[in-house]
Design a protein around this ligand. Structure first.
Ligand SMILES: [Zn+2]
Length: 271
């Protein structure tokens, strides 16, 4: 890499880490406040968790350590939950004690740290792939994102992983022209077909917040052939989407247990 590019990368990393520390502090305060305030609500259907990376700390608040991830699973079992595929909850609602695990961005650590833990417990899981990253055309994606071959192996019989789309380049659909939306939605299905031989019918909204999924995106996704669109908070998600609960690095025993009780069902990330 040229010296200038190397320098830019170092700066970006430093800025990212500073932002991550501020975000982490604020999230910690908010999550604990909500955990204190929540009594839990009666629930009639299953819950889908959304993780990103397992031990890739540059992901900031969206990274959990392998030990933390294992602890979350143990806490869920102790609380009486069973794990089911996300598609089951998305399509049928599931029961109140059913929980599903999904990962956005298809990062390498999902395979190296997440998959072995999930295999230990026999838990099914879903990965949402940024198809342009899976092509691994640059040093960053080659280093950090899963390639098509690895994704193929994860989805192969016995590994327990289902694959869905997370767009081609991870744009904010709240800022996109409809023609670009089509490129991102249909383009990703095309790449899946070319590389893995199937067209995914499930999509996770990049950034996942309600402002990232306008009505035009909902129409474009249906026209592109997606049947299920995963977003975020239970009470604030856009029409036509399936709720997920984002899990972050600030979630240890107290806040994760509160999360399972629904303490964050009105909560969205703010950046
Ligand atoms: Zn994402």
């Amino acid at each position: 890499m040229a010296p200038m590019a190397e320098q830019l990368k170092r700066i970006a990393r430093a800025v990212g880490l500073r932002r991550a520390r501020i975000a982490s502090a604020r999230m910690y305060v908010e999550r604990h406040a909500l955990a204190t305030g929540s009594r839990g609500r009666r629930r009639k259907h299953g819950r889908i968790l959304c993780y990103h990376s397992i031990g890739q700390s540059w992901m900031g608040v969206n990274d959990v350590t392998p030990a933390q991830f294992r602890r979350h699973i143990e806490l869920a079992f102790q609380a009486g939950f069973q794990f089911v595929p996300a598609a089951h909850v998305a399509r049928y609602g599931g029961r109140a004690n059913e929980l599903a695990i999904t990962f956005d961005d298809a990062l390498k650590s999902v395979r190296t740290h997440g998959a072995p833990i999930l295999r230990d417990y026999g838990i099914p899981w879903t990965v949402f792939v940024i198809s342009g990253w899976a092509e691994q055309r640059d040093a960053f994606t080659a280093e950090n994102a899963l390639g098509w071959r690895e994704l193929h192996d994860l989805a192969a019989d016995g590994a327990g992983a289902a694959l869905g789309s997370h767009s081609v380049t991870h744009p904010d659909f709240g800022q996109l022209e409809p023609s670009r939306m089509r490129d991102e939605l249909e383009g990703s299905r095309d790449m899946f077909e070319k590389r893995l031989g199937f067209r995914p019918t499930e999509f996770a909204v990049p950034f996942g917040q309600s402002r990232n999924w306008p009505a035009a995106a909902r129409t474009a996704a249906a026209e592109a052939g997606y049947e299920v669109v995963y977003a975020q908070a239970e009470d604030t998600r856009p029409p036509g989407t399936v709720a997920r609960t984002f899990v972050t690095r600030v979630d240890h025993d107290r806040t994760f247990t509160a999360l399972l009780r629904g303490a964050y069902d009105r909560w969205e990330e703010w950046y």
